[in-house]
Design a protein around this ligand. Structure first.
Ligand code: NAD
Ligand code: UGA
Length: 466
């Protein structure tokens, strides 16, 4: 091998590994990119002939896969082979919250990082740059280095450098975020390794958007960015409750404060609480880190961001129960949207899960419609089979909005899919049972549009009197 990077291997073919490597392959035709995973099923889906059946839905992703797959982008389960040939290896494995042991419920579970690092130690040949793409606790690079260095490296002439290169993409806009990042962060110690990674990004990213820091700043910045974003949502959600009781309108308040350029207008949409695989986990990680270093006030400050989010999700149930005469038994409730946000099939930590579980617990019969989420996923998330009506609440997945509206006592908008923004509410109203209710937890509908069709209306952050 010479020092130029020609072969890339990415361990982990998930929401980050798949789209990130697709964009790298698309922008760097001379690189060969191999994405590997232990999940055979997932790799099979990445190699599907039918591009509608890729394991991940992201606008624009299928087109890139069509252009690059089997040209310079490959999906495989042959981890050994692709580690052996790689000059640069991205770690994009999952880093969930620990379910047991020390740090249970807060600390990151690094078992996947450790197992993939051990694979690298076993198979890598010559000089290899290891890039942390997964979101990791501060100083994980140290752990990675110790595992790599504990190996007898003489056999394969191994030499490793470790870089931190956190990913800031958001699901639903992953391709656009990867194509036009606000910044690319590279943390590391070895200047040649840093340059090698920079050389890849400059193929499509402006050089002045590439920030170089030390390893620990880079790892910490990722956790802090997510904590700040989530904090904005908890802040605006806390105000949504004040709006509902005072007659103020959260959309007007968001607009008014967002026009202050110091505050900014983005990420000020009140909703049913943030979901997604990362905000909760990354803040809890920061809480754990703070406690570990004896910074208890810092820990409780960030813990509150999570607590408020849990409160907001359960608050929706209370409102629905109260408006529907304190009784949901055998009432039909349509649920619009199940993914944690629009334009993704991902349901991890989706607020819709908690809302549905709460309503089922109250005895409601739910009719769920989501343009991208399938039955098996919902079954897994709700921990209950479809049609399992034991008289204590049930759920069914429907194919259309019309199907969820038939005889429904209420409809709950749980995800802000574009198609829910321009519905014909007169048609929907005709199918529902009176008294009819719409609960808009995403604030995407207009009260006048709904009320004129004889539907009672509740919207997040909107007082009854406004
Ligand atoms: P994911 O669960 O979708 O994908 C991770 C993949 O890694 C899985 O397919 C799993 O089978 C595979 N894997 C685990 N151990 C392996 C091993 N030893 N060898 C080979 N494959 C292995 O997770 P994700 O959403 O892509 O997130 C990955 C990381 O990126 C996390 O640390 C997350 O915090 C971070 N992140 C995620 C997002 C996002 O939007 N999802 C954005 C930025 C950062
Ligand atoms: C988030 C960050 O935005 C990414 O920068 C980061 O890379 C990623 O986490 C990660 O580390 O995983 P993501 O979770 O995909 O991305 O999606 P967001 O757009 O941030 O939305 C998260 C949740 O907040 C969703 O449930 C969304 O509906 C909610 N949200 C977002 C609001 O309730 N209000 C808002 O104003 C914005």
């Amino acid at each position: 091998k010479d020092s130029e990077v020609k072969n890339i291997c990415c361990i982990g073919a998930g929401y980050v590994g798949g789209p990130t490597m697709a964009v790298i392959a698309d922008n760097c035709p001379s690189l060969k990119v191999n994405v590997v995973d232990i999940n055979e099923e997932r790799i099979k889906k990445w190699n599907e002939k039918d591009f509608d059946r890729l394991p991940i839905y992201e606008p624009g992703l299928a087109e890139i896969i069509k252009r690059c797959r089997n040209k310079n982008l490959f999906f495989s389960i042959d981890i050994k082979k692709h580690i052996e040939s790689a000059d640069m290896i991205f770690l994009s494995v999952n880093t969930p919250i620990k379910k047991s042991g020390l740090g249970k419920g807060q600390a990151s579970d690094l078992k996947y990082i450790e197992s993939s690092t051990r694979e690298i130690a076993k198979y890598a040949k010559g000089e290899t740059i290891i890039v942390e793409k997964s979101t990791l606790p501060v100083r994980t690079a140290e752990t990675i280095k110790s595992i790599l260095e504990s190996n007898d490296k003489s056999f394969n002439n191994q030499k490793f450098s470790v870089l931190s290169n956190p990913e800031f993409l958001a699901e639903g806009t992953a391709i656009n975020d990867l194509e036009n990042p606000d910044r690319v962060l590279i943390g590391g110690e070895n200047p040649e390794a840093i340059t090698a990674l920079e050389e890849i990004y400059v193929n499509w990213v402006d050089k002045n958007k590439i920030l170089k820091t030390n390893l620990w700043s880079s790892e910490l910045s990722k956790l802090v960015a997510n904590a700040f974003l989530a904090q904005r949502i908890s802040s605006i959600n806390s105000i949504s409750a004040i709006c509902e009781t005072t007659g103020a309108d959260i959309n007007e308040v968001s607009r008014a404060i967002g026009m202050d350029t110091r505050i900014g207008e983005k990420f000020l949409n009140a909703g049913p609480g943030y979901g997604g695989s990362c905000f909760k986990k990354d803040i809890l990680n920061l809480v754990y880190l703070s406690k570990y270093y004896g910074l208890n006030e810092v820990a409780s400050y960030w813990q509150k961001v999570v607590d408020l989010n849990v409160w907001q999700q359960h608050r929706i149930r209370k409102i629905i129960v109260k408006k529907l005469f304190n009784n949901l038994t055998s009432k039909k409730i349509g649920i619009m949207g199940f993914s944690f946000k629009a334009n993704t099939n991902d349901t991890r930590e989706s607020p819709a899960i908690q809302i549905c579980k709460d309503l089922i617990e109250e005895g409601a019969d739910l009719r769920i419609y989501d343009p991208k989420v399938n039955k098996f996923q919902i079954e897994k998330d709700l921990e209950q089979n479809q049609f399992n009506d034991n008289g204590e609440g049930s759920w069914t997945l429907c194919k259309s909005i019309k199907d969820i509206a038939i005889d429904a006592d209420a409809i709950v908008i749980a995800t802000e899919w574009e198609e829910f923004k321009s519905l014909d509410w007169s048609d929907i109203s005709r199918l529902m049972r009176s008294p009819k209710w719409l609960f808009d937890t995403r604030g995407i509908t207009n009260s006048k549009d709904i009320k004129q069709h004889n539907i009672n209306y509740w919207k997040i952050g909107l007082g009854d009197s406004s």
